[in-house]
Design a protein around this ligand. Structure first.
Ligand SMILES: Cc1cc2nc3c(=O)[nH]c(=O)nc-3n(C[C@H](O)[C@H](O)[C@H](O)COP(=O)(O)OP(=O)(O)OC[C@H]3O[C@@H](n4cnc5c(N)ncnc54)[C@H](O)[C@@H]3O)c2cc1C
Length: 407
């Protein structure tokens, strides 16, 4: 493929760049001496910024026009991300909503759901969270045990979710629950829209090693949800969830822009140290990192090419995710080897402290490295599949269910 902008893309890039030039003074400051520090201030400022980006056509660019988007292709979305990164301003706050859950509603939601929820989501008025993972269902997502039972006029939900990013300020969550335990574990699942302020929903923050509490555990005790909260049909939840997971892999798989950090900044930090930048071993390690990131960039272009031609990229998105995360971790390790314990000192001059402690967690987010390697082994290299002991067995007969019943 030709890696240069076409005349139309160059014109689009210029339009995005000049919008950002005009408005970047209104963006929230998240780094440096003037950075906002309180979570509620940051969230409020980022919501206002998301609204501006949406009004400028820089959020949800690939959403259909009739649903508030721009009806553009994936290449234009990448151009927007590149220009936002180059302008040094934050992107949208609700990456999970606009990038993953909105597209799921667009693909599987009813007309009423699309009309009610997508506009406020795009403009940052209502933030969304992804209520999939549970204490015993992460990699094995189809093993979820949260139960929704049908009652007159709706459903009653009980169970627990975990690692739910942004739940502490979300208005809604997209939740996967078991609705028929007599079916095989991938089949008796249903996707629901759950208002996070519904009676019986409890959100508890989980403190991370970074010191922040960006994700949560969420408990559901007899939460009543109406019939029209079902997305994509009763017991069709696995198919609906696969759409979300595909968009998640794409969001993360495109590399550092999707992950919200820019590894080249680590190289800048190393170059500031004259002794380190002349050291042969340091230069070699930096070279390895740079080569990996370059390979990710070109794999990303291949994925874009596939998307542009209407194809769905294959498991190579997983390979990009593994490589990007590992390159980021190696870069933080290199900085730590050079500056010593100061690499972890939180101060306004050192945004790397956060990345040093945050990046290892990304090995798990959006599919763990081991699971992605399994997928690549099976689907790209044609290796034999993992042994599956649960195939064709009703969920109610699996051990996880027995354990839950015993506890
Ligand atoms: C920063 C972050 C944000 C997140 N945000 C959300 C969110 O908003 N919503 C949400 O629903 N979830 C979220 N998650 C959860 C994430 O999806 C899970 O962490 C992930 O799916 C892995 O599940 P687990 O943590 O339960 O690990 P487990 O599945 O218990 O795995 C533990 C270890 O065992 C390995 N393992 C498991 N099965 C196999 C196998 N078959 N072969 C080889 N190795 C295996 C794994 O690779 C891993 O190393 C987030 C996680 C992180 C780190």
């Amino acid at each position: 493929m030709d890696l240069n902008d076409t005349p139309e893309q160059a014109q689009f890039r210029e339009k995005v760049r000049s919008w950002l030039e005009e408005h970047k003074g209104e963006a929230p400051v998240l780094e440096g001496p003037d950075a906002l520090t309180e979570e509620d201030e940051i969230v409020a400022a980022r919501r206002v910024w998301q609204r501006k980006l949406a009004e400028g056509g820089l959020a949800g660019a690939t959403w259909p026009k009739e649903l508030g988007g721009q009806g553009l292709g994936p290449i234009e979305q990448v151009i927007i991300s590149q220009e936002i990164a180059a302008a040094g301003v934050p992107g949208i706050l609700d990456v999970i909503g606009v990038g993953m859950l909105g597209p799921t509603l667009i693909a599987h939601g009813s007309e009423e759901q699309k009309q009610q929820f997508l506009g406020p989501m795009l403009h940052g008025d209502e933030v969304w969270c992804q209520l999939f993972s549970e204490p015993a269902a992460g990699s094995d997502l189809a093993g979820i045990q949260s139960r929704a039972k049908q009652v007159d006029g709706g459903w009653v939900l009980n169970g627990q979710k975990v690692w739910t990013t942004n739940a502490q300020f979300s208005a809604y969550g997209l939740l996967l629950a078991r609705t028929d335990p007599e079916q095989h574990k991938h089949k008796g699942l249903t996707m629901f829209i759950v208002p996070m302020d519904a009676e019986g929903v409890t959100v508890r923050g989980l403190r991370q090693i970074t010191g922040d509490a960006e994700f949560n555990e969420v408990f559901f005790d007899d939460v009543k949800i109406p019939d029209d909260a079902v997305v994509g049909g009763v017991n069709n939840g696995w198919g609906t969830a696969l759409t979300t997971l595909m968009f998640e892999r794409l969001t993360i798989g495109f590399g550092s822009e999707g992950l919200g950090y820019r590894p080249e900044r680590f190289a800048g930090r190393i170059a500031e140290d004259p002794e380190a930048s002349r050291n042969g071993e340091v230069r070699q390690r930096l070279g390895h990192i740079a080569t990996d990131l370059m390979a990710v960039r070109f794999t990303g272009y291949r994925m874009l090419s596939a998307l542009q031609q209407g194809q769905i990229p294959g498991p190579e998105a997983g390979l990009s995710k593994i490589t990007t995360v590992n390159a980021g971790i190696q870069a933080t390790e290199l900085v730590a080897d050079i500056v010593g314990p100061d690499a972890l000192r939180e101060d306004v001059e050192n945004p790397f402290a956060y990345h040093t402690s945050f990046l290892p967690g990304l090995k798990s987010a959006g599919g763990t490295e081991e699971i992605l390697r399994n997928t690549i082994g099976e689907r790209v290299l044609g290796l034999p599949p993992e042994p599956r002991l649960d195939k064709g067995i009703p969920f109610s007969e699996l051990r996880a269910k027995e354990k839950a019943a015993a506890s």
